[in-house]
Every structure is written in structure tokens, then in C-alpha cells.
Design a protein around this ligand. Structure first.
Ligand code: KIV
Ligand code: NA
Length: 264
């Protein structure tokens, strides 16, 4: 199978075929997800929380992102690899944004994801001019958590919903190939989806989006620090790990492991 491209995603939206996306942060997980033919693997700056143990995405650096993008790229044959541009890597100047986006592309990403609209539009345009595909991210934008003061539902009021639709149109006009839409009412997401021709990929944005994305550690039941309502747990891998590790400890203590079959 050929690798998923921006063109493939656009065709899926036109056919009404849902787009699937998951986060991945390392080689082994990327290889497992890729073998399931997921369309997009996002090396999300959510790695700040689920991999590095910070309490937000704010501390994540370009070095952190580059390191994990390399690992995911090595595990992926089919999925499009998208890399998050971390906090402050694209907020200063267009030159800085292009330089940092280029580092993630050299590390093996196909595209980068950038949060927001008006404040970063000139940087998004500069990255696009450098021939690097950009995915937008609107609604709840976790890199702005300290300005908003939390992770509440966005675009609840009509005015904010109108602005969200305007922003989606602006990003489409600028040339982004898709938009992640996070934590907004389902009916608002539907309006956004209908307002642009590019795919809208939702997380906590209801069923009317062109695709869905989840953080893999959330949907696999491995991350327990907090559990948003929009997460569905498709497995309880956290419990399975605890069970396996407890049995290992028990068997080593009792002298049951290693057995003859594991010894030389
Ligand atoms: O960092 C991340 O995992 C993300 C997704 C939640 C879209 O940006
Ligand atoms: Na992110």
C-alpha cells in the first residue's frame, strides 16, 4: 500500500470515508498502529504528559519532538506521520517557524501541526511557502492553557463558534491540508466541517467530523492522571501491564522463573 498523502485524505473527505488518526511516540507502538492501517500517526506534544510526565504540553522542546519523530518514522510504512510543533517553536518569527518545521521534516515527519490562527497565521504561511504541509488545530489548543486558564469546552457561545468557523476558513485559505478540532460542541463541529473543503479531524468534537483522533495511551487505558469524557477506552492495557509485572515479580521471588525452557 502506498503511504497516505494529503491527496488521499482530501479524497476520503469527498467520498465521505472517515479518516483515522492516533498519536504515537515510539518505534514499537508506531509499527503496531501502522500495521492496522491507521491513516495518520501524530507525534503529539501530548508526549509531554504521557511520556515525560509534565502536567501540560508547555515544557516540551524541539529536541523532545525531534527524538520521538525519528522513532515513529522508523516504525511507519503506511501512515502519514505528522509532528506537533511545540510551544514557542513557531510563535516568534516566520524564519524561526520554518527552521523548526524543517527539523521535524528532516527527522522523518511528512507534515507539522500548529495550534491557533490569527496570532500564528504569518508563521503558518511561511512554513507552507517552504513546501511543508501544515495541519491546523483549533478549539481547545492546549499550548494556550495558561492564557485560557484551563481545559474547558470551547465555542459554547455563539460568538466564539462564529469566530471558530471564520478561523477554519482562514486556515483553509492559507493552505492547511486538514484541521484538528478539539473539545467543542458536536453541532459547532458540524458547522465547521460543512464550512471547509479540507478534512476536519475531531477529538471531543462529536460524530460529524471527517475523522477522529485520540491519544493512544488514553484509548489503550494506560494513562490514568486524568480521563476526559471524550476518551473511549478500547483496552485496559494499564491493568494488563500491572498483572503481567506482578506475576513476573511473584515468579522470580518463588524461583519459578526462569524455567528449563528459558535456560541454556
Ligand atoms: O498532542 C496531541 O496528542 C494532540 C492531539 C490530541 C490532537 O495534539
Ligand atoms: Na498537541
Amino acid at each position: 500500500m502506498n503511504r497516505v498523502t494529503t491527496k488521499v485524505l482530501m479524497e476520503k473527505k469527498q467520498r465521505g470515508e472517515k479518516i483515522t488518526m492516533l498519536t504515537a511516540y515510539d518505534y514499537t507502538f508506531a509499527k503496531l498502529f501502522d500495521s492496522c492501517m491507521v491513516d495518520i500517526l501524530l507525534v503529539g506534544d501530548s508526549l509531554g504528559m504521557v511520556i515525560l510526565g509534565y502536567d501540560s504540553t508547555i515544557p516540551v522542546t524541539m529536541d523532545d519532538m525531534e527524538h520521538h519523530v525519528k522513532a515513529v518514522a522508523r516504525g511507519t510504512k503506511y501512515a502519514m506521520v505528522v509532528a506537533d510543533m511545540p510551544f514557542l517553536s513557531y510563535h516568534t518569527t516566520p524564519e524561526e517557524a520554518v527552521k523548526n518545521a524543517g527539523r521535524l521534516i528532516r527527522a522523518g515527519a511528512y507534515a507539522v501541526k500548529m495550534e491557533g490562527c490569527d496570532d500564528v497565521l504569518d508563521k503558518i504561511e511561511a512554513v507552507l511557502k517552504a513546501q511543508i504541509p501544515v495541519m491546523g488545530h483549533l478549539g481547545l489548543t492546549p499550548q494556550s492553557v495558561n492564557v485560557f486558564g484551563g481545559y474547558d469546552l470551547r465555542a459554547k457561545e455563539e460568538e466564539e463558534a462564529k469566530k471558530l468557523i471564520e478561523d477554519a476558513k482562514k486556515l483553509e485559505k492559507a493552505g492547511v491540508f486538514a484541521i484538528v478540532l478539539e473539545k467543542v460542541p458536536a453541532m459547532v463541529a458540524k458547522q465547521v466541517q460543512e464550512s471547509v473543503k479540507i478534512p476536519v479531524i475531531g477529538i471531543g468534537a462529536g460524530p460529524y467530523c471527517d475523522g477522529q483522533v485520540l491519544v493512544c495511551y488514553d484509548m489503550l487505558g494506560m494513562y490514568e492522571d486524568f480521563k476526559p469524557r471524550f476518551v473511549k477506552r478500547y483496552a485496559e492495557i494499564g491493568s494488563a501491564i500491572k498483572d503481567a509485572v506482578s506475576r513476573y515479580i511473584d515468579e522470580v521471588k518463588k524461583g519459578e522463573f526462569p524455567g528449563k525452557e528459558h535456560s541454556y
